[in-house]
Design a protein around this ligand. Sequence first.
Ligand code: SF4
Length: 188
Amino acid sequence: MNDYILISTLNDFIFCPYSIYLHNVYMSTDEDLYHAVPQVRGTVAHKATDSKSSSTQKDVILALPVFSERFHLMGKIDVYKRKEKKLVERKYQLKGIFQGQIYQLWAQFFCMREMGYIVESFAFYEISTNRMIPISLPSSEKECQFEKFVSDFLNYDPSSPIKINPNKCSHCIYCNLCDKTDLENVYS
Ligand code: SF4
């Protein structure tokens, strides 16, 4: 594993570490090979932010690159509202909020804090329902939990056995390309 972790891979690591390997193998190929509906929507949801076109307000920072030396993290935030000191992650649709998505938000927060920004609150914004979903800031105990998680990621051994979970596999965008299962994914 590289010394620095992409924030966008934290959720993938919880879902299945092998999916990160497959992503790296297939990332340079035709994205139509594996991109499923949720990923296409996610890309569209972030397009306006990445192109810095979703807000013209001066107090809003979009797509800011962030990093943390302490946690060996790098990535990009979606939206930072300077006046409110609020960090927002946009999602097209949120059927539930998973631990990996919360870790991604925490990761952005820790990066911003290390870079000198003040973040007093954060939230997910669900585009499809125009809904803001507040998320608590991590306590010091949660910060230790996150530190342990990052350490597990950094020390992950790709040759260690993979636990196959058919339910996960059938919802995995790499399912049709994965040598660990013969399942088809639900997006086919
Ligand atoms: S298909 Fe299953 S084993 Fe393969 S990467 Fe996806 S979740 Fe992991």
